[in-house]
Design a protein around this ligand. Structure first.
Ligand code: ADP
Length: 223
């Protein structure tokens, strides 16, 4: 099916945004479409407005009328409750991981399942599956709170997968990682996409873009 026949999951139409401190807009008349099941990469230098775009996409910045749509619904017309419900479909993976410090690494992964009230047996089964998928060794270290940055990032992606989020936005997920872990995170996102997750990767890293492009079909949006 080509894109002409598909309804975008998210559509941005002629979106302009500036900040009072700036003399010219950060971006002007931006057009962007995100399709279900796709792997989309937003590429842009630091300061191009990528995080600002993400804030619009998740409804944190309220857009003007008829500029940001979710499944054809104009986000500007949704109530706060509806925006909350909309956001539950999205999992954001941040550059600085944002794991819950008070919980062990293992509990960080299981947490979304516990919220769903699943039985211990089901939780353990899903947990094992996810670890295997992400190639994370289930050993003593996971009872603690400290693993390497690259592993923390894999854990934050594990949480997105275990939560069954409709789509995953990864905002500079490899900004703090070396090339080896950067490739691993790329692989994990490719695999998640292969299992049906819609992925939006925000990055300034052209090497990561090229790496992913060499392995799977991506849509690229340059800011
Ligand atoms: P990127 O994610 O591409 O690095 P950002 O969207 O974070 O870009 O920000 C782009 C620029 O917009 C920043 O350099 C800053 O000058 C400005 N900016 C971002 N957020 C705010 C804000 N809340 N208030 C004022 N200016 C902001």
């Amino acid at each position: 099916m080509n894109h002409l026949e598909r309804t975008p999951l998210i559509a941005v139409k002629d979106l302009t945004r500036g900040y009072p401190e700036q003399t010219k807009p950060l971006f002007r008349k931006l057009n962007f479409e995100l399709f279900k099941g796709d792997f989309t990469i937003v590429l842009g230098k630091s300061g191009a407005g990528k995080s600002t775009l993400v804030r619009f996409l998740i409804g944190e910045l309220r857009p003007y009328k008829k500029t940001v749509y979710y499944k054809m619904d104009d986000l500007s017309t949704l109530s706060d409750d509806e925006i909350q419900r909309y956001r539950r479909n999205i999992w954001i993976v941040f550059q600085d991981y944002k794991l819950m410090d008070s919980l062990s690494i293992r509990d960080n992964i299981m947490y979304p399942l516990r919220l769903d009230g699943l039985s211990d047996t089901v939780i353990k089964k899903k947990y094992k599956e996810i670890l295997q998928k992400l190639n994370i060794e289930d050993d003593e270290r996971l009872s603690g709170k400290n693993v390497s940055g690259g592993e923390k990032q894999k854990v934050s992606i594990a949480r997105a997968l275990i939560n069954n989020s409709e789509f995953i936005i990864a905002d500079e997920p490899t900004g703090n990682l070396d090339w080896e872990y950067t490739q691993e995170i790329g692989d994990v996102l490719i695999e998640a996409n292969g299992s049906g997750n819609t992925i939006l990767l925000i990055t300034h890293d052209i090497h990561l873009l090229n790496y992913i492009k060499s392995k799977t079909k991506v849509r690229i949006f340059q800011m």
